[in-house]
Write a protein that binds this ligand. Structure first.
Ligand code: HEC
Length: 209
């Protein structure tokens, strides 16, 4: 009898241990799943969200290029390069800030060949620039990109191409009078020697919602 009772007790103990073991595992698995899905939520966007951010980014990019280009050409026409360069120097960032405020984003233009040191790429933008340069080497087509950083902020990056009208200030102008005006404002200027259609840099938009 006693033996049987002890036996039963052992069985119950074993069962208890087993249940505790299962529960522990269950909770560990549950916590792992919760952590995993919440991490995923933080770092991954759905395809639909990516498409929405891409189209918003493209719209902001278009407005920025139109506004900067339009104002630049207006000054080129009225006062030539001598007026247009100081205009870029003092107003480019004011104009992009106006658009940035309207769309609740930050807008930055950056490049592997910089003119204005203030437009220097940050760590992420450096990676983006290098990725585009590698894609050019491989003959791949450059596309805008959406990325979510570890703080949950969404970034839109778009490659910028140089057009014919940009060459007056970014083309083969070494040792010309335009170059000396530019060098007087930006002694470390590296943004010349481009050809029509060249990759000029990246438009970097950060969504601030
Ligand atoms: C009248 C001269 C002029 C023309 C034309 C011009 N730029 Fe610039 N560009 C500048 C100056 C000056 C700066 C530096 C001021 C600034 O931060 O925008 C600059 C800066 C830039 C930058 C910021 C990155 C950096 O190197 O500092 C980009 C990108 C750029 N230009 C692209 C273009 C493109 C694309 C075009 C043609 C659509 C163009 N530029 C036409 C004078 C010019």
């Amino acid at each position: 009898m006693v033996g049987l009772w002890v036996g039963r007790k052992t069985d119950i103990n074993r069962l208890n241990n087993h249940i505790t073991y299962l529960m522990k595992n269950f909770f560990i698995t549950l916590i792992a799943i919760i952590l995993f899905t919440s991490c995923q939520k933080e770092n991954k966007l759905s395809d639909k969200e990516i498409a929405q951010y891409i189209s918003k980014g493209k719209e902001i990019g278009k407005v920025t290029v139109q506004k900067l280009g339009g104002n630049l050409m207006k000054h080129m026409k009225s006062g030539g390069i001598k007026e247009a360069i100081p205009f870029c120097n003092t107003n480019a960032n004011n104009l992009t800030n106006e658009i940035a405020n309207k769309y609740h984003v930050s807008i930055k233009r950056t490049s592997h060949k910089l003119r204005n040191e203030a437009n220097k790429p940050n760590k992420e933008e450096k990676i983006v620039l290098e990725r585009y340069l590698a894609q050019i080497k491989n003959g791949e087509q450059l596309k805008p990109k959406i990325e979510k950083d570890k703080n949950g902020k969404v970034h839109f990056y778009a490659p910028m191409k140089l057009q014919g009208k940009c060459l007056a200030c970014h083309g083969d102008i070494a040792n010309t009078s335009t170059d000396s005006i530019i060098k007087s404002l930006y002694p470390n200027d590296k943004a010349i020697g481009f050809k029509n259609g060249d990759f000029r840099g990246v438009l970097s938009v950060t969504f601030n919602e």
